[in-house]
Design a protein. Structure first.
Length: 332
């Protein structure tokens, strides 16, 4: 009897260990990124988590979560930083709906695309919401409807979630920005602006680190200028004084500034969840986003948690983000 019980336990354990999803990496050619002035490749690595039943259920189709990484990370580093594969497996094992999770690599010459549309860096909005979605629907067993698609991201990816989401409510039905950056950016002179303005060669900029490099990333995304090589972007300040015209462009790309233009689009979402850590220096603007969404009568939820900008990302993904989309995306 004991031997039989041990055999059954071993079978159950084997079944549990086999019931794991897997991640595959593909390269997607993005026509929307072709010809960007900075010269980044239009061939983008994309990391795709396929849930446990995907391999053995050929007739089953799945909802899809598009998950955007933050500034300074590659897609590969994001998958490890957020522990996406293990987190998805754990969430599903705990009862969450099986989802396909898709993370495109948005790392570029400036260490981040800002998921914006720019002649300098390419049309990342269209790549995410049009080309990438079309690629997944054509090559994987997705449920190709907005009710079965969600969009989430952390930091720069949280900004991208709101930016792309507010423009494409016909593509996605649920949003979850995590610790979103760049919610209000007036581009006032400050740390990073002078150092960014001082560099004139690609080699110098390639060696830059935060915050100087992120200033150039935002400039390439929000104030591109085809007549201003080698970086094809205008800076909003030189470290001591500001350029009001360029500052206005940055402010116009802030999520809180854009809300009034896209209120009706955001009201179309079935669910919007925002979270931020209590020790995150972005908490003030995330609270302001919550207030502005409420003032515009845009249904959403807002939550703070004990943590800083980075130290709870994997946990929040596993315990909050994936269950949220499990609840709000339509399955088969």
């Amino acid at each position: 009897m004991l031997r039989s019980l041990l055999f059954i336990s071993a079978l159950c354990y084997s079944a549990l260990t086999l019931a794991q999803g897997r991640v595959e990496q593909v390269v997607v050619h993005a026509a929307t990124l072709e010809g960007n002035l900075i010269g980044d490749s239009a061939d983008r690595s994309v990391y795709i988590y396929l849930p446990p039943s995907y391999a053995n259920s050929p007739d089953k189709r799945y909802p899809v979560l598009y998950l955007l990484h933050g500034y300074g990370l590659t897609g590969e580093r994001w998958m490890g930083f957020a522990d996406v594969e293990a987190g998805a497996n754990a969430a599903i094992a705990a009862g969450a709906q099986e989802l396909i999770v898709v993370s495109p690599d948005a790392y570029n010459f400036f260490d981040g695309s800002m998921y914006s549309s720019s002649i300098a860096t390419g049309d990342w909005e269209a790549f995410i919401a049009e080309e990438l979605v079309a690629y997944l629907d054509a090559n994987y067993r997705t449920l190709p409807a907005r009710e079965s698609r969600g969009l989430a991201g952390h930091s720069m990816g949280g900004y991208g979630t709101m930016r792309v989401g507010m423009k494409y409510p016909e593509v996605f039905s649920a949003l979850y920005p995590m610790s979103a950056c760049c919610l209000i950016d007036g581009a006032e002179p400050g740390p990073g602006f002078a150092s960014s303005a001082a560099y004139t060669s690609r080699e110098e900029v390639a060696a830059l680190r935060f915050p100087g490099k992120v200033t150039l990333a935002r400039a390439a995304a929000w104030s591109p200028n085809a007549a201003n090589p080698p970086f094809y972007a205008d800076l909003p300040a030189d470290g001591t004084s500001g350029n009001p015209e360029i500052q206005a462009k940055w402010h116009a790309n802030s999520i809180i500034t854009l809300l009034d233009q896209y209120t009706y689009n955001l009201r179309r979402y079935n669910a919007i969840q925002i979270d931020v850590g209590t020790e995150d220096n972005l908490i003030t603007n995330n609270r302001l986003l919550d207030e502005k969404l409420s003032a515009a009568s845009i249904p959403h939820s807002f939550e703070t948690y004990a943590g800083d900008h980075n130290n709870r990302v994997a946990q929040r993904l596993r315990e909050n983000v994936l269950p949220f989309f499990s609840q709000h995306l339509r399955g088969q």
